[in-house]
Design a protein around this ligand. Structure first.
Ligand code: ADP
Length: 178
């Protein structure tokens, strides 16, 4: 599902964040050490190849809410932005830290003149953030930050299951302008 917001394109798709050839940059739900691990990080590192972790080691560790950018190696994108989401119930305030992830990732993409970005559901896997709470933070943050962006025009949420797809679709319907 696609909708327009001002002159930006917002999209949700059920799929694999490691298989998004039409996007300039994809976001990694990273761990502090920027190591391969499981979930999104595992998928991105295994497809990008071992060179990615070599670059990541120079940038780690990062703190909750922070984001860093690397090359994408064997992934079909220009770059990867790695951000560390809050562990739900541990890193506080979790809503502000999650908002920082999205804000910092969008700003990094803009600074690097990237025009399209893909986000997985940061913190909603191993880190335990309830998806229905996370999606509120995500849309509040994205809709507040996007209007300042000149290069960035397309934002795709890449979700992994039907429940998350429906959550994002219902938020997109609320802002539908076309
Ligand atoms: P975190 O540690 O920040 O919680 P995870 O990688 O465990 O990150 O999961 C974040 C979200 O991404 C979860 O909703 C999970 O189901 C989903 N996910 C896992 N693998 C992929 C993938 N390859 N592409 C897109 N989403 C994924």
């Amino acid at each position: 599902m696609i909708c327009t917001f001002l002159d930006y394109k917002l999209e949700v798709e059920k799929g694999d964040i490691a298989n998004q050839p039409d996007l300039d940059v994809v976001v990694n739900a990273a761990n502090a050490e920027l190591a391969p691990g499981g979930g999104v990080a595992g998928a991105l590192h295994s497809k990008a190849g071992p060179e990615l972790y070599r670059e990541c080691k120079q940038l780690a560790p990062i703190k909750p809410g922070e984001a860093v950018i690397t090359k994408a190696y064997n992934l079909p994108n220009k770059n990867i932005i790695h951000c560390l989401g809050p562990v739900y119930g541990k890193d506080k305030p979790e809503d502000e830290l999650l908002a920082s992830c999205y804000r910092n990732s969008l700003q990094l993409a803009e600074e690097n003149s990237l025009s399209s970005i893909g986000f997985p559901g940061i913190s909603t896997g191993i880190f335990g953030y309830p998806p229905e709470l996370a999606v509120e933070v995500v849309f509040n943050t994205v809709l507040a930050v996007l209007p300042g962006m000149k290069h960035l025009k397309t934002l795709k949420f890449v979700v992994f299951n039907d429940d998350d797809l429906h959550l994002y679709e219902s938020k997109l319907k609320d802002i539908r302008t076309d």
